[in-house]
Write a protein that binds this ligand. Structure first.
Ligand SMILES: C[S@@+](CC[C@H](N)C(=O)[O-])C[C@H]1O[C@@H](n2cnc3c(N)ncnc32)[C@H](O)[C@@H]1O
Length: 262
């Protein structure tokens, strides 16, 4: 099951290293904090949730959820990403009321690898590496129990030109206005994903949208800038702007949270 993540353009320099670096920048930290805050609004708290994190990568989200008592299985085909996730987990494990386990494999094979009936299925930052995200989305819908929650984060096809323009990459901005395919900041090819297409697949599978957020309106163009003392204020500004139109429509990512009809 090849895609632009599993067949990187620069063999020899693991994507896992480039991705871990990006996650530690201001915009990486903002993204993780906003997505986690949205999940905290929608995940039931009465009992720990069984969460499947498809393409969970280095396990950042899994650790955050385990810290709030949930039990997370990270399913990912990239051994280098999983190795980072496995290495980081023990330092958090004794303080976390929840748990994280790991499974190597593609999301498209989730029912065979990790079963179905999950309370929550996450798919964050994965669809943009797939030539056709629809088959994976359909499988993810089948992994949920009735009443379960799906959370999908991907680059917005409609907003790819914004980062290019704000960084004065005029050639890139013009290209992004005409094609959803781009060379992204970790040096692999990615695609903007059509939010309407994801919503159509949700509807076909009886997934009712609970809320959608734009993730990174103000900070997306800040490249390698690190988080500063004003980080909490930055996050609050991004949180508020990411919930309202027209701003959320020009954020780097859309974040959709939906519930499987019971
Ligand atoms: C950009 S990382 C995102 C990691 C994590 N979800 C996050 O939000 O930080 C993309 C991840 O998707 C994984 N991936 C790529 N194709 C996949 C597929 N078909 N099924 C599941 N995971 C996949 C990659 O191995 C990689 O770990």
């Amino acid at each position: 099951m090849m895609n632009s993540w599993t067949t990187p353009d620069r063999p020899g320099e693991p994507l896992a290293d480039r991705y871990a670096h990006r996650s530690s920048t201001l915009r990486g930290a903002v993204r993780h904090r906003l997505v986690d805050r949205a999940l905290a609004e929608h995940l039931p708290t009465a009992r720990p949730q069984q969460v499947l994190d498809v393409g969970g990568g280095t396990g950042v989200q899994a650790r955050m959820l385990a810290g709030r008592g949930h039990h997370v299985t990270v399913l990912d085909p990239d051994e280098a990403m999983l190795a980072r996730a496995r290495t980081s987990w023990p330092a958090h494990a004794h303080d976390a009321p929840g748990s994280v386990t790991f499974c190597r494999g593609f999301g498209e094979q989730a029912p065979q690898l990790v079963g179905t009936g999950w309370d929550v299925v996450l798919c964050h930052g994965v669809l943009m590496y797939l030539e056709d995200p629809a088959p994976l989305l359909r499988v993810l819908a089948q992994c949920l129990r009735p009443g379960g929650i799906i959370s999908v984060l991907a680059y917005q096809a409609d907003a790819l030109a914004i980062r290019r323009g704000l960084t004065r990459d005029w050639g890139g901005a013009l290209q992004a206005l005409h094609s959803p395919v781009e060379d992204n900041s970790i040096g692999t090819v990615s695609r903007g994903v059509d939010r309407a297409m994801v919503l159509r697949i949700f509807a076909e599978h009886h997934l009712d949208l609970l809320q959608w957020y734009g993730v990174r309106v103000f900070t997306d163009h800040l490249e390698d800038e690190c988080a500063g003392d004003d980080f909490d204020q930055v996050v609050q500004a991004e949180w508020e702007v990411g919930r309202i139109d027209p701003y959320r429509g020009i954020a780097r990512h859309f974040h959709l949270i939906a519930c499987l009809r019971s």
